[in-house]
Design a protein around this ligand. Structure first.
Ligand code: UDX
Ligand code: ADP
Length: 463
């Protein structure tokens, strides 16, 4: 009999993770991914999946309808399952206590109530969403207080470390799989049951067992450390721009120190994504609630520096364009928070567009994967006082050359590979002079652009 697995939440985490579990577990597992969002489930069952992720289509095609199912029937999937992944969103709270900092765990709580109400047998419930430390305790209390007699729940923490754009690769070959659970006999048995699922493809020595709280905190810590490296190199980029040092050279020089390592030292216009800022703010809130203000201040600074980096870049664009961008066309190349994803959550592009719209710029946007409606939605959400300005000021193009044509400045905000190979000589002809190009991702051939005639402005160096 295959192990019956249910995943509540068919988003960027639940969808790819469970598709890979189905692929690798084969006949040993039956995986049902459920969501309350009918449109999302319909998309998972169609040829156009709701998220763009390299390699995901092939995985889903191989398993869907065999041992992988997508459904809105949460209750049936919960009833049937032995293992339940809770993979719902935990956004930063936008109201009440902890507003702007704490994670909103109401969707997690609502899942716990559904599981308790409908379970007719004991279950292992696995936190997959990033949650504040000690959420497992909350889950346990709600489940135990609402369940039928004789039914037990074991709670595990199994945070996801995949990065968007490389999710399938990260899932196929994880650096480690982390499983946290109770130290009791039953807790250990639950850990072993989940370990067996991953052991279909992950070597056992890479499956790490810890107590629940270490596992929950490790997820926040990993994201905080990664984001901290980016803020550190971005802080250096500001010094480089004022001194003649080159941030890529600095990154290379320090990255060759084996104690530091070379990854996550790419200076940029600022980190985005659904995790870094949210998790750091979550950590800040935790430290504050533990009465550790110095710790809270320390981590908060990583986010402050990121905001500064975005603002600094917008100001540089405005300064170079003779301190006025009003009515000038500015082309944003890239809107996703990184390449190889259509996700825009917390993308630096949103905030840079906002700064430029505040100054009255006409913005044209091109991104190879982000949907038009998403760009409009994001820009309206930062234009609440005047949402109509988005229609007035923004055009979204499907052809990059149309987006760039006639612009006073071209601004690279996402590191999509295709941006490197455009015919910038052809583009240059169409631009008002002096022509400016701003590379917020350090991906273009700067000397070539200069020889064409562009004024080139790059994060962390003077060209
Ligand atoms: C991150 C973590 O990497 C992952 O382990 C966790 O599960 C979820 O959060 P993700 O946000 O998908 O993953 O992407 P990541 O590759 O970490 O990039 C985050 C942001 O940092 C992007 O905007 C990226 O462009 C930026 N970044 C990354 C830099 O600016 N410089 C770098 O050197 C690396
Ligand atoms: P992540 O990036 O963490 O995967 P997403 O927002 O992409 O976050 O996905 C979370 C999914 O969880 C959404 O599709 C949302 O509809 C779903 N969801 C939230 N609450 C529930 C719930 N109580 N039952 C089922 N699905 C839920």
């Amino acid at each position: 009999m295959p192990t019956k697995i249910c995943c509540i939440g068919a988003g960027y985490v639940g969808g790819p993770t469970c598709s890979v579990i189905a692929l690798k577990g084969g006949d040993n597992v039956k995986v049902t991914v459920v969501d309350i969002n009918q449109e999302r489930i319909d998309a998972w069952n169609s040829d156009e999946l709701p998220i763009y992720e390299p390699g995901l289509d092939e995985v889903v095609k191989q398993c869907r309808g065999k041992n992988l199912f997508f459904s809105t029937d949460v209750v049936s999937a919960v009833k049937e399952a032995e293992l339940i992944f809770v993979s719902v969103n935990t956004p930063t709270k936008s109201y009440g206590i902890g507003k702007g900092c704490a994670a909103d765990v109401r969707y997690v709580e609502s899942c716990a109530r559904t599981i308790a109400e409908h379970s007719e047998s004991s279950k292992i419930v696995i936190e997959k969403s990033t949650v504040p430390a000690r959420t497992a305790e909350t889950l346990q209390k709600i489940l135990q207080a609402n369940c039928r007699d004789g039914i037990t729940f074991d709670i595990l923490s199994n945070p996801e470390f995949l990065a968007e754009g490389t999710a399938i690769k990260d899932l196929f070959e994880p650096d480690r799989v982390l499983i946290g659970g109770e130290q009791s006999e039953r807790g250990q048995a639950a850990i072993e049951k989940l370990t067996e699922v991953y052991a279909y493809w992950v070597p056992r020595e890479r499956i790490l067992h810890t107590n629940t709280w270490s596992s929950e905190l490790s997820k926040l810590a990993a994201n905080a450390f990664l984001a901290q490296r980016i803020s550190s190199i971005n802080a250096m980029s500001a010094i480089c721009e004022s001194t003649g040092a080159d941030v890529s050279e600095v990154a290379r020089a320090i990255g060759m120190d084996s104690r530091l390592g070379s990854k996550f030292l790419r200076a940029s216009v600022g980190f985005g994504g659904s995790c870094f800022q949210k998790d750091i703010l979550n950590l800040v809130y935790l430290a504050e609630s533990l009465n550790l203000p110095e710790v809270a201040d320390y981590w908060r600074q990583v986010v402050t520096l990121n905001d500064y980096q975005e603002r600094r870049f917008s100001r540089r664009i405005i300064r170079c364009l003779f301190n006025t961008v009003s009515t000038k066309k500015i082309c944003l190349l890239g809107f996703a928070f990184k390449k190889d994803t259509g996700d825009t959550r917390e993308s630096a592009a949103i905030y840079i567009a906002q700064h430029l719209m505040d100054e009255g710029a006409n913005i044209s946007v091109y991104d190879p994967k982000v949907k038009h409606a998403q760009i409009v939605h994001d820009l309206k959400s930062v234009s609440r006082d005047d949402p109509a300005r988005v229609e007035r000021l923004v055009s979204i193009e499907t052809d990059p050359y149309a987006a760039m044509s006639g612009a006073h400045a071209i601004v690279v905000l996402t590191e999509w590979d295709e941006f490197v190979d455009y015919d910038y000589k052809k583009v240059y002809e169409t631009l008002p002079k002096p022509a400016y190009i701003f590379d917020g991702r350090l991906i273009l051939d700067h000397s070539k652009l200069k020889s064409i005639g562009f004024n080139v402005e790059v994060i962390g160096k003077s060209v």
